[in-house]
Design a protein around this ligand. Structure first.
Ligand code: PHE
Length: 352
């Protein structure tokens, strides 16, 4: 399993380390340093086995390469996965993060990390104790640029508007029905932005506490998690984990477009054609979800002001997605193929 996954992958390297004190596996996948140091978040969760953790890390790292390349941002693609054996006690978790930071540090700038599913800016502060200066998105208190989720949500929101402009000739969200899957860090902010723009937002999350909080804070309606695919809507926005668009769920969709921020939404490469056959426009996840990584890296490594970073995220997502949708139409290819083509031009030896 592991050998097959690594042989099929075209990335540069995978570093694995078994953390004996906690029994966790650390996997750092470096897909490409062609455009700059490999950059991507640290995902911390349980996996069935090491092979599953490696498979997730290599796919996520590849996604980061495309994110940066398609938008023309000077970073490469990488991702780390910490496969934990169940929930850890807070002190064990902290010491694991410090050992992980040491490993990041030893890579000497080949890989820069940041938060992702299961980690936070507070965790980045801990990782930076040993991993500095290769840790992005530390808290403001610690001198970092803070949470990356708001910028990711802003970029995704702009992506949804761009999709509406393309489909309906008008980027207004007023009265549009948007179903958001996942009310985590990014999903919640996105729901807020959509609601304020006058959209009719419905959302779901498997975490009942999160559902209760969002209903109370934002006054939007929730759906049972297994019914999000069947809900008639203009836009379906996957903002939870990956792999949600597959043979079974695509059949059930009753939307005009899929536009969300979860990484690796398509279960297999064929699923984008399945969406196309059903007449559903797919906004590639790696275009919509660039906001967090771009804004934080821009502020911390390129000296952007926070407001400037936000504006650049908005312009970048709108401009990139508009190009991708136009190219897909011109060439009669899927939106993913068009986005990959733009990314590949930059990644090719003659590209920038
Ligand atoms: N989780 C972010 C992503 O998937 C990764 C990131 C955040 C990288 C912040 C750098 C800084 O794009």
């Amino acid at each position: 399993m592991i050998e097959a996954a690594l042989r099929a992958w075209d990335g540069e390297m995978v570093v694995t380390s078994f953390d004996r004190p906690t029994g966790a596996w650390i996997v750092i996948a470096i897909h490409s340093t062609r455009l700059g140091p490999a950059t991507g978040g640290t995902r911390m969760k349980e996996y069935p086995d090491l092979a599953a953790a490696i498979e997730d890390a290599v796919r996520l790292a590849e996604g980061m390469t495309f994110k940066f390349a398609v938008t023309g941002f000077p970073r490469g693609g990488g991702k780390a996965v910490i496969a934990v054996p169940g929930s850890l006690d807070p002190e064990d978790r902290r010491s694991l993060l410090r050992r992980y930071g040491t490993l990041v540090h030893r890579l000497g700038g080949l890989y820069y990390t940041g938060p992702d599913v299961g980690t936070s800016p507070e965790d980045m502060d801990v990782i930076a104790e040993t991993g500095a200066p290769y840790v992005h998105s530390r808290t403001l208190m610690a001198g970092g640029a803070g949470d990356s989720a708001p910028a990711t949500a802003i970029g995704t929101f702009e992506g949804i508007r761009t999709v509406c402009a393309h489909l309906f000739g008008d980027d207004s969200l007023f009265g549009r029905v948007v179903v958001v899957q996942g009310a985590g860090h990014v999903g919640r902010t996105l729901i807020h932005l959509l609601r304020d723009a006058g959209a009719d937002v419905r959302f779901a999350d498997i975490d009942e506490r999160a559902v209760g909080e969002v209903i109370q804070e934002l006054g939007v309606a929730s759906l049972p998690p297994d019914l999000v695919y069947d809900e008639p809507c203009d836009i379906f926005s996957p903002c939870a984990l990956g792999g949600v668009l597959n043979e079974d769920t695509i059949e059930r969709l009753r939307c005009r477009a899929v536009a969300g921020c979860a990484n690796n939404q398509l279960a297999t490469a064929e699923d984008v054609s399945r969406l196309q056959q059903r007449g559903i426009l797919y906004a590639p996840d790696f275009v919509l979800s660039i906001g967090g990584a771009m804004a934080i890296t821009g502020v911390e490594a390129m000296g952007w002001m926070p407001e400037e970073a936000e504006q650049r995220v908005i312009e970048t997502v709108r401009h990139t997605l508009t190009r991708v949708l136009a190219l897909a139409e011109e060439e009669g290819v899927t939106t993913v193929a068009a986005a990959r083509q733009l990314a590949d031009e930059r990644l090719s030896p003659s590209g920038r």
